[in-house]
Design a protein around this ligand. Sequence first.
Ligand code: GTP
Ligand code: MG
Ligand code: ZN
Length: 357
Amino acid sequence: MGAEPLPGRVVALQANYCLVDLDGPCELGTDGSEPGRGGRLLCTRRTRLDKSGLQVCVGDRVTVASVDWRARRGSVVGLEPRHNLLQRPAVANVSQVVVVVALAEPGLDPLQLTRFLVTAEATGQPVQVVLSKADLLPAAEVEAWCRRLEGWGYATVAVSTHTGAGLAALRRQLGQPGIAVFCGPSGVGKSSLLNALAPDLELRVAAVSGRLRRGRHTTRHVELFPLAPGVLVADSPGFNTPALPSDPQTLAAAFPELLARLRASPCRFANCRHQGDPGCAMGGTWDRHGLYGRCLEEVEALAVVRSRGGQGRQGEGGMRQRGDRLEPLLNPQLRRSSRSTRRQALDGELSSPDRED
Ligand SMILES: Nc1nc2c(ncn2[C@@H]2O[C@H](COP(=O)(O)OP(=O)(O)OP(=O)(O)O)[C@@H](O)[C@H]2O)c(=O)[nH]1
Ligand SMILES: [Mg+2]
Ligand SMILES: [Zn+2]
Protein backbone atom coordinates (compact mmCIF):
# COMPACT_ATOMS: atom_id res chain seq x y z
CA MET A 1 0.00 0.00 0.00
CA GLY A 2 1.37 3.47 -0.91
CA ALA A 3 1.23 6.33 1.58
CA GLU A 4 1.92 9.51 -0.49
CA PRO A 5 -1.14 10.77 -2.40
CA LEU A 6 -0.40 10.55 -6.14
CA PRO A 7 -1.65 13.07 -8.73
CA GLY A 8 -3.61 11.98 -11.79
CA ARG A 9 -6.57 12.64 -14.03
CA VAL A 10 -10.02 11.05 -14.08
CA VAL A 11 -10.53 9.52 -17.53
CA ALA A 12 -13.87 7.75 -16.98
CA LEU A 13 -16.55 7.12 -14.36
CA GLN A 14 -18.04 3.69 -13.75
CA ALA A 15 -20.83 3.41 -11.19
CA ASN A 16 -19.18 4.32 -7.87
CA TYR A 17 -15.69 4.02 -9.30
CA CYS A 18 -13.53 6.13 -11.51
CA LEU A 19 -10.58 5.35 -13.71
CA VAL A 20 -7.59 7.55 -12.95
CA ASP A 21 -4.51 7.88 -15.14
CA LEU A 22 -1.63 8.68 -12.82
CA ASP A 23 0.87 11.32 -13.90
CA GLY A 24 4.31 10.15 -14.87
CA PRO A 25 5.57 6.98 -16.48
CA CYS A 26 4.12 3.53 -15.93
CA GLU A 27 6.81 1.34 -14.39
CA LEU A 28 6.84 -2.34 -15.12
CA GLY A 29 6.95 -4.77 -12.22
CA THR A 30 9.80 -7.23 -11.64
CA ASP A 31 8.82 -10.75 -12.68
CA GLY A 32 5.97 -11.49 -10.33
CA SER A 33 7.48 -10.37 -7.03
CA GLU A 34 7.09 -6.57 -7.29
CA PRO A 35 3.94 -5.23 -9.06
CA GLY A 36 4.21 -2.34 -11.60
CA ARG A 37 3.52 1.21 -10.47
CA GLY A 38 1.89 4.16 -12.20
CA GLY A 39 -0.53 3.91 -15.12
CA ARG A 40 -4.27 3.48 -14.70
CA LEU A 41 -6.05 2.67 -11.44
CA LEU A 42 -9.63 1.81 -10.63
CA CYS A 43 -10.51 4.09 -7.73
CA THR A 44 -13.37 4.40 -5.31
CA ARG A 45 -14.92 7.84 -5.25
CA ARG A 46 -17.03 9.25 -2.51
CA THR A 47 -20.28 10.66 -3.86
CA ARG A 48 -19.32 13.99 -2.32
CA LEU A 49 -15.67 14.77 -1.89
CA ASP A 50 -16.00 17.81 0.32
CA LYS A 51 -18.54 19.91 2.20
CA SER A 52 -19.46 21.91 -0.90
CA GLY A 53 -20.95 18.74 -2.37
CA LEU A 54 -18.63 18.70 -5.37
CA GLN A 55 -18.48 15.43 -7.29
CA VAL A 56 -15.61 14.07 -9.29
CA CYS A 57 -16.12 14.14 -13.04
CA VAL A 58 -14.16 13.13 -16.12
CA GLY A 59 -11.27 15.53 -16.74
CA ASP A 60 -10.78 16.34 -13.07
CA ARG A 61 -7.29 16.48 -11.62
CA VAL A 62 -7.31 14.36 -8.48
CA THR A 63 -5.00 12.78 -5.91
CA VAL A 64 -5.15 9.10 -5.15
CA ALA A 65 -4.16 7.29 -1.96
CA SER A 66 -4.38 3.81 -0.40
CA VAL A 67 -3.00 2.33 -3.60
CA ASP A 68 -2.90 -1.44 -3.95
CA TRP A 69 -0.55 -1.88 -6.92
CA ARG A 70 -1.19 -5.58 -7.27
CA ALA A 71 -4.97 -5.13 -7.59
CA ARG A 72 -4.49 -1.77 -9.37
CA ARG A 73 -6.97 -0.13 -7.02
CA GLY A 74 -6.91 3.12 -5.09
CA SER A 75 -9.07 5.79 -3.56
CA VAL A 76 -9.59 9.37 -4.75
CA VAL A 77 -8.84 11.58 -1.76
CA GLY A 78 -8.41 15.05 -3.28
CA LEU A 79 -9.87 17.15 -6.08
CA GLU A 80 -8.01 20.10 -7.61
CA PRO A 81 -10.03 23.24 -8.42
CA ARG A 82 -11.52 23.11 -11.93
CA HIS A 83 -10.67 25.62 -14.62
CA ASN A 84 -14.06 25.13 -16.23
CA LEU A 85 -16.85 22.60 -16.59
CA LEU A 86 -18.88 21.50 -19.58
CA GLN A 87 -22.25 20.70 -18.02
CA ARG A 88 -23.40 18.05 -20.44
CA PRO A 89 -21.59 15.84 -21.23
CA ALA A 90 -19.99 16.54 -17.84
CA VAL A 91 -16.27 17.11 -18.48
CA ALA A 92 -14.00 19.30 -16.38
CA ASN A 93 -10.98 21.32 -17.50
CA VAL A 94 -11.77 21.30 -21.20
CA SER A 95 -9.59 23.29 -23.58
CA GLN A 96 -11.90 23.09 -26.59
CA VAL A 97 -15.39 21.85 -27.34
CA VAL A 98 -16.01 20.21 -30.70
CA VAL A 99 -19.72 20.14 -31.52
CA VAL A 100 -20.33 17.37 -34.04
CA VAL A 101 -23.51 17.32 -36.12
CA ALA A 102 -24.22 15.28 -39.24
CA LEU A 103 -25.03 16.90 -42.59
CA ALA A 104 -27.43 13.98 -43.13
CA GLU A 105 -28.60 10.83 -41.35
CA PRO A 106 -29.64 12.37 -39.01
CA GLY A 107 -30.23 15.66 -40.83
CA LEU A 108 -28.80 18.89 -39.49
CA ASP A 109 -31.23 20.76 -37.22
CA PRO A 110 -30.02 24.38 -36.77
CA LEU A 111 -31.96 24.82 -33.49
CA GLN A 112 -30.47 21.68 -31.99
CA LEU A 113 -27.00 22.71 -33.17
CA THR A 114 -27.55 26.13 -31.59
CA ARG A 115 -28.45 24.53 -28.26
CA PHE A 116 -25.25 22.45 -28.35
CA LEU A 117 -23.27 25.59 -29.15
CA VAL A 118 -24.86 27.47 -26.24
CA THR A 119 -23.83 24.69 -23.83
CA ALA A 120 -20.33 24.67 -25.30
CA GLU A 121 -19.95 28.46 -25.02
CA ALA A 122 -20.67 28.27 -21.28
CA THR A 123 -17.20 26.78 -20.77
CA GLY A 124 -15.57 29.99 -22.00
CA GLN A 125 -13.26 27.86 -24.18
CA PRO A 126 -12.87 27.81 -27.98
CA VAL A 127 -15.76 26.06 -29.73
CA GLN A 128 -15.44 24.34 -33.12
CA VAL A 129 -18.05 22.76 -35.34
CA VAL A 130 -17.55 19.50 -37.19
CA LEU A 131 -20.06 18.70 -39.92
CA SER A 132 -19.91 14.93 -40.33
CA LYS A 133 -20.99 12.57 -43.13
CA ALA A 134 -19.99 15.07 -45.82
CA ASP A 135 -20.13 12.18 -48.31
CA LEU A 136 -23.94 12.23 -48.07
CA LEU A 137 -24.46 15.75 -49.47
CA PRO A 138 -23.40 17.44 -52.74
CA ALA A 139 -20.18 19.45 -52.29
CA ALA A 140 -21.97 22.76 -52.95
CA GLU A 141 -24.42 22.14 -50.08
CA VAL A 142 -21.61 21.13 -47.75
CA GLU A 143 -19.78 24.33 -48.67
CA ALA A 144 -22.95 26.39 -48.05
CA TRP A 145 -23.32 24.93 -44.53
CA CYS A 146 -19.67 25.72 -43.76
CA ARG A 147 -20.10 29.34 -44.89
CA ARG A 148 -23.32 29.62 -42.86
CA LEU A 149 -21.70 28.41 -39.65
CA GLU A 150 -18.70 30.65 -40.20
CA GLY A 151 -21.25 33.48 -40.37
CA TRP A 152 -22.38 32.43 -36.88
CA GLY A 153 -18.78 32.87 -35.78
CA TYR A 154 -17.56 29.25 -35.76
CA ALA A 155 -14.52 27.61 -37.28
CA THR A 156 -16.12 24.75 -39.18
CA VAL A 157 -14.74 21.67 -40.84
CA ALA A 158 -16.74 19.20 -42.93
CA VAL A 159 -15.51 15.63 -42.58
CA SER A 160 -16.27 12.14 -43.77
CA THR A 161 -14.91 8.98 -42.23
CA HIS A 162 -15.90 7.21 -45.45
CA THR A 163 -13.87 9.35 -47.86
CA GLY A 164 -11.36 10.73 -45.35
CA ALA A 165 -12.28 14.31 -46.31
CA GLY A 166 -11.50 16.88 -43.63
CA LEU A 167 -9.77 14.44 -41.30
CA ALA A 168 -6.33 16.04 -41.69
CA ALA A 169 -7.81 19.48 -40.93
CA LEU A 170 -9.60 18.09 -37.87
CA ARG A 171 -6.42 16.41 -36.66
CA ARG A 172 -4.62 19.77 -36.90
CA GLN A 173 -7.43 21.46 -35.00
CA LEU A 174 -7.13 18.89 -32.23
CA GLY A 175 -3.34 19.27 -32.08
CA GLN A 176 -3.19 21.58 -29.05
CA PRO A 177 -2.41 19.98 -25.69
CA GLY A 178 -5.39 19.69 -23.37
CA ILE A 179 -8.84 18.13 -23.41
CA ALA A 180 -11.07 18.37 -26.47
CA VAL A 181 -14.63 17.12 -26.07
CA PHE A 182 -16.68 15.63 -28.92
CA CYS A 183 -20.34 16.27 -28.22
CA GLY A 184 -23.48 16.18 -30.33
CA PRO A 185 -26.58 14.12 -31.10
CA SER A 186 -26.50 10.33 -31.20
CA GLY A 187 -25.55 8.73 -34.50
CA VAL A 188 -23.66 11.67 -36.01
CA GLY A 189 -20.41 9.70 -35.98
CA LYS A 190 -18.46 10.98 -32.97
CA SER A 191 -17.01 7.57 -32.12
CA SER A 192 -16.44 6.84 -35.82
CA LEU A 193 -14.39 10.04 -36.05
CA LEU A 194 -12.25 9.06 -33.08
CA ASN A 195 -11.70 5.64 -34.63
CA ALA A 196 -10.62 7.34 -37.86
CA LEU A 197 -8.18 9.58 -35.96
CA ALA A 198 -6.87 6.78 -33.72
CA PRO A 199 -7.70 3.34 -35.18
CA ASP A 200 -6.25 1.53 -32.14
CA LEU A 201 -9.20 2.74 -30.06
CA GLU A 202 -11.72 0.45 -31.80
CA LEU A 203 -14.68 2.26 -30.23
CA ARG A 204 -18.11 0.75 -30.72
CA VAL A 205 -20.24 2.40 -33.43
CA ALA A 206 -23.71 1.47 -34.71
CA ALA A 207 -25.88 2.25 -37.71
CA VAL A 208 -28.63 4.84 -37.40
CA SER A 209 -32.21 3.59 -37.58
CA GLY A 210 -35.81 4.66 -38.14
CA ARG A 211 -37.41 7.18 -40.46
CA LEU A 212 -35.41 10.08 -38.99
CA ARG A 213 -32.17 8.06 -39.21
CA ARG A 214 -31.45 8.70 -35.57
CA GLY A 215 -28.59 7.23 -33.56
CA ARG A 216 -29.01 4.38 -31.12
CA HIS A 217 -27.10 5.73 -28.14
CA THR A 218 -24.19 3.45 -28.74
CA THR A 219 -21.68 5.28 -26.53
CA ARG A 220 -22.86 5.11 -22.92
CA HIS A 221 -20.16 6.93 -20.96
CA VAL A 222 -17.85 9.86 -21.31
CA GLU A 223 -14.27 8.74 -21.66
CA LEU A 224 -10.96 10.48 -22.36
CA PHE A 225 -8.62 8.99 -24.95
CA PRO A 226 -5.05 10.04 -25.79
CA LEU A 227 -4.72 11.21 -29.40
CA ALA A 228 -1.12 12.47 -29.20
CA PRO A 229 1.21 13.26 -26.30
CA GLY A 230 -0.68 15.70 -24.07
CA VAL A 231 -3.74 15.67 -26.34
CA LEU A 232 -6.85 14.06 -24.87
CA VAL A 233 -10.18 13.73 -26.65
CA ALA A 234 -13.42 12.86 -24.88
CA ASP A 235 -15.97 10.72 -26.66
CA SER A 236 -19.44 11.18 -25.20
CA PRO A 237 -22.95 9.72 -25.45
CA GLY A 238 -25.14 11.58 -27.92
CA PHE A 239 -28.28 13.31 -26.71
CA ASN A 240 -30.88 15.47 -28.36
CA THR A 241 -31.83 18.50 -26.31
CA PRO A 242 -29.12 20.39 -24.46
CA ALA A 243 -30.48 22.65 -21.71
CA LEU A 244 -30.38 26.44 -22.04
CA PRO A 245 -29.00 28.86 -19.43
CA SER A 246 -31.36 30.34 -16.87
CA ASP A 247 -31.02 33.99 -17.82
CA PRO A 248 -31.23 35.97 -21.07
CA GLN A 249 -27.84 37.71 -20.59
CA THR A 250 -26.03 34.37 -20.49
CA LEU A 251 -27.97 33.25 -23.55
CA ALA A 252 -27.01 36.37 -25.49
CA ALA A 253 -23.37 35.90 -24.49
CA ALA A 254 -23.45 32.46 -26.15
CA PHE A 255 -24.13 33.89 -29.63
CA PRO A 256 -20.75 35.09 -30.99
CA GLU A 257 -22.27 37.03 -33.89
CA LEU A 258 -24.53 38.91 -31.45
CA LEU A 259 -21.64 39.70 -29.11
CA ALA A 260 -19.44 40.91 -31.97
CA ARG A 261 -22.12 43.29 -33.26
CA LEU A 262 -22.96 44.62 -29.79
CA ARG A 263 -19.30 45.30 -29.07
CA ALA A 264 -19.14 47.45 -32.19
CA SER A 265 -22.43 49.29 -31.53
CA PRO A 266 -24.60 48.55 -28.49
CA CYS A 267 -28.41 48.57 -28.66
CA ARG A 268 -30.25 51.63 -27.32
CA PHE A 269 -31.64 49.75 -24.31
CA ALA A 270 -29.42 47.64 -22.06
CA ASN A 271 -32.14 45.00 -21.61
CA CYS A 272 -32.79 44.76 -25.37
CA ARG A 273 -34.20 41.38 -26.44
CA HIS A 274 -32.47 41.67 -29.84
CA GLN A 275 -35.66 40.77 -31.62
CA GLY A 276 -35.73 43.73 -33.98
CA ASP A 277 -37.08 46.14 -31.36
CA PRO A 278 -36.53 49.90 -31.94
CA GLY A 279 -32.93 50.85 -31.28
CA CYS A 280 -31.69 47.25 -31.55
CA ALA A 281 -28.25 47.13 -33.16
CA MET A 282 -28.94 43.63 -34.49
CA GLY A 283 -32.08 44.47 -36.44
CA GLY A 284 -34.20 41.55 -37.56
CA THR A 285 -32.21 40.20 -40.47
CA TRP A 286 -29.37 38.21 -38.94
CA ASP A 287 -29.31 34.49 -39.71
CA ARG A 288 -29.93 33.21 -36.18
CA HIS A 289 -32.48 35.89 -35.30
CA GLY A 290 -35.31 33.34 -35.29
CA LEU A 291 -33.27 30.65 -33.52
CA TYR A 292 -32.18 33.13 -30.87
CA GLY A 293 -35.81 34.22 -30.47
CA ARG A 294 -36.95 30.65 -29.82
CA CYS A 295 -34.21 30.05 -27.27
CA LEU A 296 -35.00 33.38 -25.60
CA GLU A 297 -38.71 32.52 -25.32
CA GLU A 298 -37.83 29.28 -23.60
CA VAL A 299 -35.40 30.96 -21.20
CA GLU A 300 -38.02 33.58 -20.35
CA ALA A 301 -40.76 30.97 -19.88
CA LEU A 302 -38.50 29.05 -17.49
CA ALA A 303 -37.73 32.24 -15.58
CA VAL A 304 -41.47 32.82 -15.08
CA VAL A 305 -41.93 29.29 -13.77
CA ARG A 306 -38.99 29.74 -11.41
CA SER A 307 -40.31 33.03 -10.08
CA ARG A 308 -43.57 31.21 -9.26
CA GLY A 309 -41.63 28.69 -7.17
CA GLY A 310 -41.28 25.84 -9.66
CA GLN A 311 -37.91 24.26 -10.14
CA GLY A 312 -37.55 25.54 -13.62
CA ARG A 313 -35.43 22.77 -14.91
CA GLN A 314 -36.23 20.96 -18.10
CA GLY A 315 -37.50 17.46 -17.79
CA GLU A 316 -38.10 17.84 -14.08
CA GLY A 317 -40.18 20.34 -12.11
CA GLY A 318 -41.46 23.39 -13.93
CA MET A 319 -41.43 22.90 -17.67
CA ARG A 320 -40.92 19.99 -19.96
CA GLN A 321 -40.04 19.66 -23.60
CA ARG A 322 -42.86 18.28 -25.74
CA GLY A 323 -41.53 17.95 -29.26
CA ASP A 324 -40.86 21.53 -30.23
CA ARG A 325 -42.83 23.15 -27.44
CA LEU A 326 -42.11 23.76 -23.81
CA GLU A 327 -45.06 23.19 -21.52
CA PRO A 328 -45.52 23.66 -17.76
CA LEU A 329 -45.92 20.61 -15.57
CA LEU A 330 -49.12 20.53 -13.53
CA ASN A 331 -47.53 19.82 -10.18
CA PRO A 332 -44.42 21.95 -9.68
CA GLN A 333 -42.14 20.78 -6.88
CA LEU A 334 -42.47 22.41 -3.50
CA ARG A 335 -40.55 25.64 -3.15
CA ARG A 336 -36.93 25.28 -2.05
CA SER A 337 -34.33 27.90 -1.43
CA SER A 338 -32.93 28.94 -4.80
CA ARG A 339 -29.38 28.10 -3.77
CA SER A 340 -30.18 24.56 -2.73
CA THR A 341 -32.25 24.15 -5.88
CA ARG A 342 -29.32 25.25 -8.02
CA ARG A 343 -26.95 22.97 -6.12
CA GLN A 344 -29.24 20.01 -6.61
CA ALA A 345 -29.71 20.82 -10.25
CA LEU A 346 -25.93 20.76 -10.72
CA ASP A 347 -25.54 17.55 -8.75
CA GLY A 348 -28.30 15.96 -10.77
CA GLU A 349 -26.60 17.09 -13.96
CA LEU A 350 -23.31 15.56 -12.89
CA SER A 351 -24.64 12.29 -11.58
CA SER A 352 -27.54 11.57 -13.90
CA PRO A 353 -26.92 9.13 -16.74
CA ASP A 354 -26.07 10.80 -20.03
CA ARG A 355 -28.91 9.10 -21.85
CA GLU A 356 -32.10 11.04 -22.16
CA ASP A 357 -34.15 9.11 -24.65
N1 GTP B 1 -22.21 8.07 -44.58
C1 GTP B 1 -21.44 8.18 -43.49
N2 GTP B 1 -21.74 7.49 -42.38
C2 GTP B 1 -20.93 7.63 -41.31
C3 GTP B 1 -19.81 8.50 -41.30
N3 GTP B 1 -19.23 8.45 -40.08
C4 GTP B 1 -19.97 7.59 -39.35
N4 GTP B 1 -20.99 7.10 -40.09
C5 GTP B 1 -21.99 6.11 -39.63
O1 GTP B 1 -22.86 6.71 -38.67
C6 GTP B 1 -23.32 5.72 -37.75
C7 GTP B 1 -23.22 6.23 -36.33
O2 GTP B 1 -21.84 6.37 -36.00
P1 GTP B 1 -21.32 6.45 -34.49
O3 GTP B 1 -19.87 6.75 -34.58
O4 GTP B 1 -21.74 5.26 -33.72
O5 GTP B 1 -22.10 7.74 -33.95
P2 GTP B 1 -21.98 8.46 -32.51
O6 GTP B 1 -22.08 9.91 -32.75
O7 GTP B 1 -20.78 7.98 -31.81
O8 GTP B 1 -23.31 7.95 -31.79
P3 GTP B 1 -23.60 7.77 -30.18
O9 GTP B 1 -22.48 6.98 -29.61
O10 GTP B 1 -24.91 7.04 -30.15
O11 GTP B 1 -23.71 9.14 -29.61
C8 GTP B 1 -22.51 4.46 -38.04
O12 GTP B 1 -23.31 3.59 -38.81
C9 GTP B 1 -21.35 4.96 -38.87
O13 GTP B 1 -20.86 4.01 -39.77
C10 GTP B 1 -19.51 9.21 -42.50
O14 GTP B 1 -18.55 9.97 -42.61
N5 GTP B 1 -20.36 9.02 -43.56
MG1 MG C 1 -20.52 7.01 -30.01
ZN1 ZN D 1 -30.79 44.52 -29.44
